[in-house]
Design a protein around this ligand. Structure first.
Ligand code: PNW
Length: 511
């Protein structure tokens, strides 16, 4: 029996928080219900060609109506915390600044229900769903001008006033990298802006992938910091909560041990993770980015730098996978330069001997995730090395997302429910996390699985499933636990050793 799993919940520090994560547009649906107005994802998902399976978030998991059942699933799992996001345009549906009471009531009900059931809400203010009226406003242009700062401050302040008596963990923005690069570099995410060279798959393109990702990232970072300042100045002493942000990065492994590939991997980490962590801990962008991006990279004024530095009480890290990085220092035609070429590295999941990094999660054309749990440990060690252990005593880390999709599109329900691959993936991540905490001394305080439900996976639509609960999108939206949900439940409830299901027993006897 003891061979079942070496991993035990009690191996983690006593107050370590385990949870699951979702985001508003990906699960709520009810997009035209109760006074919500459009976000950039509503308009983007309705443009033919943008979403792989032509689905939208119109219904998603209908969590707006089924939230009670979903919270019951969380209770069944035995999680400590739930990471959700608030739909900006549900709270503030137009630019008059008047709050939509019915939208507010929805989040009040969810938050109250969570607390009533003993689950701590971790609330993200911005998970990619910019109100369309702010994107359209010629003075604001979404994240593309500094005008957005005051709008985001108003939204955040509204949320602190409305929910801050009960919400003690705030996240300003989810994944500055994805926001900037996928929204304005590749154009695969809303608002889908990109240059011609990057958006060859699109019918039409508008935007500038050489500059916009950097401008948008800068404005979003300043918006984050301005919101943290409001919270700290006006709410924190009374509400006694904390506020941080969520970043994501892949781990980059040098393609070979040659010096130039080690530097290439370093440049990749700097332009994905340190792009934001350097301003937060050191007050400026990484030198390698200043050199390669040049005048396209906004410069921090002294005031901006002072505003951003130490503007997080905690850092959330979303970790999914790793890539090999190889040097490619060729001089490029300026018209070909954009975010992805600025790092002067070519990245791939295939190594020098044709081997895959980590374990494949299905056929090579499905998804972007390989199972490389050791990348998580290395990334945490890299952060600790770059900024120093002390920084993370003052500013702890949480793993705000980790998870994987099923290895087939249009997978059968039967197969999806036997997701041994996901159990293996989660198990590996948790093992490495434990090493990071116990052996490397990293101050990591929480782990959130992405995701509770199969949901609207952005440009991949509904056929890419990240849930530990299967959702029957085609039929009645019924939720059914996958093996991974049962595994997580057993892990969290400490019952793994005593009453593993037959499937789990089979699983562990084979691994
Ligand atoms: C996250 N990367 O995005 C998002 O926060 C979720 O909303 C999303 O559903 C989830 O991952 C699964 O895709 C990421 O390239 C996008 O490393 C890209 C990366 C990581 C996370």
């Amino acid at each position: 029996e003891h061979q079942l799993s070496k991993l035990h919940r009690d191996d983690f520090p006593e107050n370590f928080v385990f949870g699951v994560a979702t985001s508003a547009y990906q699960v709520e649906g009810a997009v035209f219900t109760d006074g919500r107005s459009m976000s950039i994802w509503d308009s983007f998902s309705h443009i033919p060609g943008n979403i792989y399976d032509h689905s939208t978030g119109d219904v998603a998991c209908d969590h707006y109506h089924l939230y009670k059942d979903d919270i019951q699933l969380m209770v069944d799992l035995g999680i400590d915390a739930y990471r959700l996001s608030i739909s900006w345009s549900r709270i503030l549906p137009d630019n008059t600044g008047v709050v939509n009471k019915v939208g507010v009531a929805f989040y009040n009900t969810v938050i109250n229900e969570l607390i009533h059931k003993g689950i701590e809400p971790y609330v993200t203010l911005y998970h990619w769903d910019m109100p369309q009226y702010l994107e359209n406003d010629p003075q604001v242009k979404g994240w593309r001008t500094r005008e957005i700062i005051t709008h985001f401050m108003y939204f955040a302040e509204t949320c602190f006033k409305l929910f801050g008596d009960r919400v003690k963990n705030w996240i300003t923005i989810n994944e500055l990298w994805s926001l900037a690069v996928n929204g304005y570099g590749t154009g695969q995410n809303a608002p889908g802006r990109c240059s011609a060279i990057c958006g060859t798959w699109k019918k039409s393109y508008i935007g500038d992938s050489a500059t916009e990702p950097y401008v948008v990232a800068h404005n979003a970072l300043l918006s984050h910091a301005a919101v943290v300042k409001i919270y700290r100045d006006q709410f924190q002493s009374e509400q006694q909560g904390r506020i941080g942000l969520v970043l994501n990065s892949k781990w980059y492994e040098p393609y070979t041990e040659e010096k130039q590939n080690i530097s290439a991997a370093q440049r990749c980490l700097e332009s994905e993770l340190a792009w934001f962590l350097d301003p937060l801990f050191l007050g400026d962008y990484p030198l390698s980015m200043k050199i390669s991006v040049g005048s396209r990279l906004p410069a921090f004024t002294e005031d901006e730098s002072n505003l951003v530095i130490r503007s997080a009480d905690f850092i959330g890290i979303n970790y999914y996978t790793a890539l090999y990085a190889q040097d490619s220092e060729e001089e490029l035609d300026p018209s070909l330069k954009w975010y992805s070429t600025d790092r002067k590295a070519s990245c791939s999941s295939i190594g020098p001997d044709g081997e895959l990094i980590g374990e494949a999660m299905g056929p090579p054309d499905i998804g972007w995730i390989n199972d490389c749990p050791w990348g998580l440990r290395r990334m945490l060690a890299w952060m600790q090395m770059r900024y120093g252990k002390e920084e993370f005593q003052a500013c702890p880390i949480i793993i705000s997302e980790n998870g994987c999709s099923d290895p087939e599109l249009n997978i059968s329900v039967k197969k999806a429910k036997r997701d041994e691959w996901r159990v293996r993936y989660i198990h590996g991540a948790l093992q490495n996390l434990l090493h990071a905490i116990r052996n490397d001394g990293c101050n990591v305080q929480g782990y959130f699985l992405w995701s509770l439900l199969d949901n609207f996976e952005w440009a991949d639509g509904l056929v890419t499933r990240f849930g530990i609960y299967y959702v029957h999108h085609e039929r009645n939206l019924k939720r059914e636990p996958k093996l991974s949900a049962i595994w997580y439940q057993n892990f969290l409830r400490r019952t793994l050793f005593y009453s593993p299901s037959r499937n789990l027993k089979n699983f562990f006897s084979r691994h």
